[in-house]
Each structure stands twice: as C-alpha cells, then as structure tokens.
Design a protein around this ligand. Structure first.
Ligand code: GUN
Length: 293
C-alpha cells in the first residue's frame, strides 16, 4: 500500500483564498481591514522564516500586518508594555509573539498578557480552556489545522483511536482536546510513556509533534492508519524532515502528511482565519457597546 498524501500546501492556499474573499467583503461593507501585529524578539533565523511566511500569507489574505522587530536584549517589562498597548489599539485585531523568546523572558507571562480576543495563536489559557469545555473560540493554529487536514480523510472521526505523541502546551495538549471534541478515543504519549511503539501501533489516527527526526519508526504504524507529522527538523545536509520515518510509514498508512508541505502551511492558514475571526469579534464588541449606550 502507498499512502495518499494530505496536501497541506493545497488546502492552506484554498483557506487563505477564502479569507481573502471575506476580507474583500468587509471592505465593501466599510468594515475595518483585519490587522495582525507580529512581534519578533531577536533575529533567530528559523523565526525570521516563519515570520516572513506569516506576513506573506497576510498579503495574500488582504490582512494588514504590522511588524514589531525588537532587539534580543529587550526587557520583559518593555515587551509586556508593547503587548498592553496593542491590546488597547482598536485598529489591531490579532497579536502574535513569535516563539521561542530569549531565556530572560518568561514566555507564559507574555502570552497570558495578550487579550484572549486578540490571541490569534490560540495559546492563551482562556482559549485552550474554552476548547477543553467544548466551547472553542480562537483555536490553536497547528492543532486546528491538523483537524482540517484530517477532515479530508475522515468525514467522521467518532470512535477512532487517536494517539498524540508529544504533550506541549502549544501542540500536543490542544491537539488531544481537538481530537476528543471530534469524538476520538485519545491517548497522549510523552517523555514518561513506557512503550511508545505499543501505543503508536494502536492508532487509527497518529499525530506526532516532538521535534526529533525519525522518532516514530515506520514499522510501528498500524496498516491503514492516518499519519500526521507535525515535526519539522533540519538535517545536517540541510534537508527538512519530520518526526516519522516517512518511507516505511507511507507504505503502511492510508493517508500521510509530507514534510514540508503538510502541517506547516496549515498553521499559517488558520492564523489568517483566526485574525479574520478576531476582527469580527471586535465588530461585535463595538455593536454591544453601542447597544449599551
Ligand atoms: N514558533 C514556532 N511556531 C510558532 C507559532 O505557531 N506561533 C508562535 N507565536 N511562535 C511560533
């Protein structure tokens, strides 16, 4: 068997084009153009690539992007002050602080300072909490992007056994919540999991988000499974690869994501949808204010 490819590049382009249509409709109705503020601290080369991709997607979606490039030595209080200013700026609908941050800044404190209605990354405890209680609003971009890819392979995921490898705050944990919301039976594996191969072999849907090349061996995959590889690792020879041994896995799986061109572009596409959603939330807040007058 050779797995069918879940093409994130193609689906993400469709999603971004859909956002562009909605943004044009807003302009026709004299509503504000959605605006995304991107904060990058320092000049980590990988972060610069991600930030450039996000700004290019904004251009394609018709979203205004505002760039804040801060020096690596910026203090936490200066960064928090900028987030506070952007929280109050009604012309800014989404705020994204690119991670990782330098070691002297506590990322959790900064992310929590972003107003939940402007948290287009979907990282704020309020937004993860909403997902946990089946009231999703701004959803974490990578996990929700994975759900959109999975929908191409599974019209209904109820009762499927989903195994998530990796329990990070930004991918693994919200990923488990998304799959639970879709009716899957979910197992999350992490550093203390005793027999990873045994857990992986039970997966109808496998999502791997660790950041270690070849962590999941192809021979562990259940025949006919759907395999989503969130890992993006750069090898010594410069090539990119995921966390799953692709060649062997794709001979066993029914569906698989490539790296690159699988999950990565979906994260950016959902960021565009979230920014549009945040702009709509701001419209509604204004209407409520008018009604209260
Ligand atoms: N660094 C790597 N991926 C991401 C992401 O999706 N959002 C943010 N804010 N930082 C990242």
């Amino acid at each position: 068997m050779s797995a069918l490819i879940l093409d994130g590049k193609k689906l993400s382009a469709e999603i971004v084009a859909g956002v562009a249509v909605e943004v044009s409709a807003r302009v026709q109705q004299s509503l504000t153009v959605p605006a995304l503020a991107v904060i990058q601290v320092g000049e980590d080369p990988a972060s610069s690539v991600y930030v450039r991709n996000k700004r290019q997607a904004c251009e394609r979606a018709g979203i205004r992007s505002l760039m804040y490039a801060l020096p690596a030595a910026v203090t936490q209080s200066e960064l928090l002050a900028l987030v506070g200013t952007l929280n109050h700026n009604t012309l800014v609908h989404g705020i994204l602080v690119q991670l990782p941050l330098p070691a002297h800044i506590d990322a959790a404190t900064v992310l929590e300072r972003i107003h939940p209605n402007k948290d287009v990354d979907g990282f704020h405890p309020c937004n993860i909490g909403r997902l946990a209680v089946r009231m999703p609003d701004l959803r974490s971009c990578t996990p929700y992007g994975v759900m959109r890819l999975l929908a191409l392979a599974h019209a209904d995921m109820k009762g499927l056994h989903a195994v998530v490898v990796g329990a990070s705050n930004h991918v693994g944990r919200p990923m488990g919540l998304e799959l639970l919301l879709a009716g899957c039976t979910v197992t999350t594996c992490h550093r203390f999991t005793r027999d990873l191969a045994e857990q992986v072999a039970k997966a109808d849907i496998l999502v791997v988000a660790v950041g270690r090349p070849g962590l999941v061996r192809g021979e562990w995959i259940k025949p006919g499974a759907t395999v989503i590889d969130v890992g993006i690792n750069r090898l010594a020879d410069g090539r990119l690869c995921g966390d799953v041994e692709f060649d062997v896995a794709s001979a066993r799986a029914a569906w698989i994501t490539p790296v690159p061109g699988g999950v990565g572009p979906m994260t950016v596409a959902i960021l565009m949808e979230n920014t549009l959603r945040a702009a709509r939330k701001a419209d509604m807040a204004l209407t409520e204010e008018e009604l209260a007058e």
